[in-house]
Design a protein around this ligand. Structure first.
Ligand SMILES: Nc1ncnc2c1ncn2[C@@H]1O[C@H](COP(=O)(O)OP(=O)(O)OP(=O)(O)O)[C@@H](O)[C@H]1O
Ligand SMILES: NC(=O)c1ccc[n+]([C@@H]2O[C@H](COP(=O)(O)O)[C@@H](O)[C@H]2O)c1
Ligand SMILES: [Zn+2]
Length: 276
């Protein structure tokens, strides 16, 4: 008899600027998947990169269409990481919790339609599988067991940003932790475990935070990539070749692009300080 697999299926969702995407962003997914698999409790079925929309108004943030195109090129050779344009195609910047909810809902819809589409042939008639009581019960049992869980994938600096005044709403942080959970990769310059210790909310939900140690430390950041480009220095092997080519072809990242949104308040800060 085949051994049943009772590991919880997980979808990893990374949000961020990806301005531009680097090999480190791709590494985050590999590190998180290895870690979760090693626990024996989780099976990672998909990774999603969700670039933030232009309405985020971060200094130096270039158009979402370019960031999206580069992320698509970078993930071309991955058989499990994909790029999703839903977040950045919204008219306005949206809170990360809404992006998590959207992807969780999408999985729920896919699960429900998968099972209701299964039709059984009985005496020559087609019958929706969910019509019988037994089938319905089976489905519920099955669904509560197999519904994949979306988890937020981030670096330690993003985890630490949860404590910045007016950047995140408390209720959002609570929902992200209690309903989804976070997989956080350590990053030079950040001390995630100390940050969890110092935050009452994070401490309360520490069982929902997976801290993943990156032993092969790597200080690549999009900021450093943009800086190198402004100075005419090579970024080869720090971002995939196809992304280097895209940046060259479209002449992205220069002094002018770095001044985009200069002097404009970051949208979450503007929104939360308006409402507080
Ligand atoms: N070297 C790294 N180690 C760990 N996490 C990282 C690293 N680089 C990026 N991340 C994570 O990737 C996600 C997306 O980050 P983001 O797009 O801001 O990249 P970044 O390299 O930090 O860019 P920037 O320098 O513009 O802030 C965030 O959760 C961030 O913490
Ligand atoms: N309140 C919130 O939901 C909130 C606040 C700040 C940043 N974020 C998100 O975190 C990510 C941060 O990206 P950067 O590190 O590139 O600035 C973005 O995806 C942004 O939308 C969410
Ligand atoms: Zn960053």
């Amino acid at each position: 008899m085949e051994k049943s697999d009772d590991r919880r299926e997980v979808v990893l969702l990374a949000t961020g600027s990806f301005n531009p995407i680097t090999v480190m962003h791709l590494r985050l997914f590999e590190l998180a998947r290895d870690y979760l698999h090693e626990t024996g409790k989780y099976k990672v079925i998909k990774g999603i990169i969700s670039p933030v929309g232009d309405g985020y108004k971060k200094k130096g943030l270039i158009e979402a269409s370019h960031r999206l195109a580069m992320a698509n090129l970078a993930t071309k050779n991955s058989n499990w990481i994909e790029v999703d344009s839903w977040e950045c195609s919204q008219k306005e910047w949206m809170e990360t919790v809404l992006v998590l909810r959207h992807h969780q809902q999408k999985l729920a819809n896919a699960n429900t339609s998968d099972s209701s589409e299964k039709v059984v042939h009985k005496k020559g008639h087609k019958r929706k599988r969910e019509n019988s009581y037994q089938d319905k019960t089976d489905r519920c049992l099955q669904e509560s067991k197999v519904m994949p869980q979306v988890k937020l994938l981030c670096g330690a600096d993003m985890l630490e940003s949860l404590g910045k005044p007016n950047l995140w709403k408390n209720e959002d942080v609570i929902e992200i932790l209690s309903s989804f959970g976070i997989v956080c990769i350590t990053r030079l310059g950040s001390n995630a475990s100390n940050f969890i210790y110092e935050s009452d909310i994070l401490w309360k939900y520490k069982h929902m935070i997976h801290l993943v140690e990156e032993w092969i430390t790597n200080d690549i950041s999009s900021t450093k990539i943009r800086r190198a480009l402004r100075r005419g220095m090579s970024i080869r092997y720090l971002v995939p070749d196809s992304v280097v080519e895209y940046i060259e072809n479209h002449e992205l990242y220069n002094e002018r692009s770095e001044e985009r949104n200069s002097g404009i308040i970051l949208e979450p800060l503007a929104r939360n300080s308006k409402n507080s």
